[in-house]
Design a protein around this ligand. Structure first.
Ligand code: VG1
Ligand code: CO
Length: 542
């Protein structure tokens, strides 16, 4: 019943910021999926008889790959696979299932916010027993294995009916099809004051949640509408579609512009939010005010104690290096630790496991806590709702008071997408080469005080991750950061992160791009963005 199939390696299976992401036709090549999945299994020890959690964001090719992974798990000796009904599990829900049931690990099928469909993106990633993305040590091992693999094990078994909740036997292995929402919803009820939020909705509070035809639809319906009593229609675009309705399931001001426009309009509800393909990102917009993800992290951290799950306070805060320093000021005031990690959630796992941090966040619309080991979109929305219910103030009031207390970090990210890889690499190489000469010089009247290539020393396991982004710091705390994306599937994406700290209360209502204009111009002058990329403006500004 089990066979070993002879195969030859592919040379492009290097996991990026969050797993292996490629176009669907790449994954459809002969043995491409099988090679990668076997390489994951070959890089792990001691899973015989143990449980593997499996689910995805429902995008095109999800169902096919689910069946392949089940048959390979059986042949490789797993004792059980727990799979979300219909092949669905949001990334944070999968993390929760791994932790709750003490699974060995999990495989999550997603390309997150990237578009889906026969010619769009697909992805596979492995999460360990803590529920978090595999560390770099493991992903390096997986990549090494993909380069030498000569065969994979698979069981010749009929496809499992993944649409029916229940347990079936597959040879020696059990497959349990689980409700993808139930465990997650129960976890959320344990963290937040559902009663207070329900009362707020009863009293007329209005919210829009845009699931962008991605995985959070069923979670939003159950949690916001059913359990919290928000009116029918609060969740929009809530049916997960294999191609996300042809859109980018990316909750930012470009791809969720309709939501932004509604929130800025005369009939705006009190609160607007959206999540991404796999449910780990969040967009937060109050009536008449957009909250940047960096600010959201700071505001959530400052107010977390208002939610029952965080009553005891936070142990520490962690943020990725390019994320603004707004949360640092909160950590300072609370007298707790602040950790700065490279981009990607996998770097937070050790800090959360070691109890050094409770809340983590990234500028890319990711926020989460130690309740799971992934960022969590619906969680962030619920924490905001809990804070709004407890304070009885609007998002705008909360934001303005926050800035008045801590100062405001104006912040924006400029993305240059699908740049020719050689040109993007040349920009980075040239800038890296001159970093040492920058301190002491001035650009556009801005004095550079430091410049470096960010390296992270993990305080828990001692590992070192180098080349994690080029930073240029200016007098007064402003900075620009340059790095190349590790999640794209065609060409290179240059990300430029721009930040300015403004302590003066009277200057807290400026337009962000205007407040950053001189830094934006300086970034171009320092890195030669226009000349290297041949573009005169970014593709996406968030
Ligand atoms: C991007 C974001 C990063 C995030 C990663 C995965 O990575 O910048 O902050 O952790 O996506 O998020 P990169 O390498 O393209 O900058 V998700 O929601 O795509 O799993
Ligand atoms: Co995502």
């Amino acid at each position: 019943m089990f066979r070993t199939v002879v195969t030859t390696p592919y040379d492009d299976q290097k996991p990026g910021t969050s797993g292996l992401r490629k176009k669907v036709p790449v994954f459809q090549q002969e043995n491409y999926v099988e090679n990668f999945v076997q390489s994951i299994f070959d890089s792990l020890d001691g899973f015989k008889g143990k449980t593997l959690v499996l689910g995805g964001d429902g995008r095109f090719y999800n169902r096919e790959v689910i069946q392949v992974v089940i048959r390979m798990a059986a042949a490789n000796g797993f004792g059980k696979v727990m799979v979300g009904q219909g092949g669905i599990l949001s990334t944070p829900a999968a993390s929760n299932v791994i932790r709750k049931y003490g699974a060995f690990g999990g495989i999550i099928l997603s390309a997150s916010h990237n578009p889906g469909g026969p010619h769009e993106d697909f992805g596979i990633k492995y999460n360990g027993e803590n529920g978090g993305p595999a560390t770099e040590t493991i992903t390096d091992r997986i990549f090494e294995r993909t380069r030498t693999i000569g065969g994979y094990k698979i069981a010749d078994l009929a496809p499992v009916d993944i649409d029916k909740v229940g347990t079936v036997l597959m040879g020696d292995m059990t497959v349990e099809v689980i409700d993808p929402v139930a465990d997650y919803a129960a976890l959320m009820e344990s963290l937040f004051d559902f009663e207070a939020i329900r009362t707020m909705f009863t009293n007329g509070f209005r919210m829009r949640f845009d699931a962008m035809h991605a995985v959070t639809g069923p979670y939003a319906k159950e949690i916001f509408e059913k359990r919290l009593g928000a009116p029918d229609g609060t969740a929009r675009n809530f049916v997960p579609l294999p191609d996300f309705g042809g859109h980018h399931p990316d909750p930012n001001l470009v791809h969720a512009k309709h939501l932004y426009d509604e929130m800025m309009g005369p009939d705006a509800p009190d609160f607007g939010a959206a999540s991404d393909g796999d449910g780990d990102r969040n967009l937060i917009i109050g009536k008449g005010i957009f909250i940047t993800p960096s600010d959201s992290l700071a505001m959530l951290a400052a107010n977390a104690r208002l939610a029952p799950g965080y009553r005891k306070g936070l142990k520490g805060i962690a943020r990725s290096m390019p994320t603004s320093g707004a949360a640092d000021r909160v950590a300072e005031k609370l007298g707790i630790g602040m950790y700065e990690t490279p981009t990607g959630w996998k770097f937070f796992g050790n800090l959360l496991d070691a109890g050094k941090a409770t809340i983590c966040g990234e500028e890319s619309a990711g926020t989460g806590s130690d309740h799971v080991r992934e960022k969590d979109g619906v969680w962030a929305v619920l924490l905001w709702l809990n804070i709004l219910a407890a304070r009885g103030e609007s998002v705008k009031e909360i934001a303005e008071r926050h800035w008045a207390t801590y100062g405001r970090n104006y912040y924006s990210r400029h993305d240059y997408e699908e740049v020719e890889t050689d040109r993007a690499n040349a920009l980075v190489a040239e800038l890296r080469g001159k970093l040492g000469t920058l301190p002491g010089t001035s650009v556009r009247g801005l004095k550079i005080v430091a410049a470096d290539d960010f390296a992270y020393h993990d305080p828990v396991d001692g590992s070192v991750s180098r080349n994690q982004g080029l930073r240029v710091l200016f007098d007064g705390g402003s900075r620009v950061v340059f790095r190349l994306s590790g999640t794209g599937t065609s060409g290179a994406t240059l990300r430029v992160y721009i930040e300015r700290y403004e302590p003066d209360k009277l200057r807290h209502d400026l337009d962000t791009q205007e407040a950053l204009a001189d830094l934006i111009a300086a970034a171009d002058e320092i890195a030669g963005i226009r000349s290297h990329t041949g573009r005169n403006k970014p593709s996406v500004i968030t």
